[in-house]
Design a binder for this molecule. Sequence first.
Ligand SMILES: [Ca+2]
Ligand SMILES: [Ca+2]
Length: 150
Amino acid sequence: MRSYRKALGGGAIKVAMVGVAVAGSMVALTSPASASHKCGDPAFDYEEVCYYRHKDYSGGSRAFTGEDKNYTNDYYDYASGTVALNNTISSYNNRHWAPYHAHRYVGQEGPLYYIKAESWDSDLASSDWWGSETGDVNDKLSSHTGPYTG
Ligand SMILES: [Ca+2]
Ligand SMILES: [Ca+2]
């Protein structure tokens, strides 16, 4: 009886370890830490929107090509790289030939800011939300959809 229990316990541990390994690989495949990249990367030439922390395209930058549901895990390219894009973006340059829709909240929720194809804005404090939302969009962007290539 004693040896039977010991054998059973060993099997349970093996099953648990396999489960952890499978869960780990699924996370790596489905949720990368960040979808952003350094602005001006030749691999994404003319297919990226570049965001800046301060107005006049200064204070650190970070770019996207596809959509992004959450800016809290994307960081400006600085020496330290510790400031997230969420609620800090103050200017942008959309080098993509297609538009994006930026959102007030993470999860692509809330009011929209329309980023036109091949457009730029040096100071988002002078830009408004799309639709009925009042106030400027400076330091309020948190996610985006697009590019809308259709
Ligand atoms: Ca993100
Ligand atoms: Ca800012």
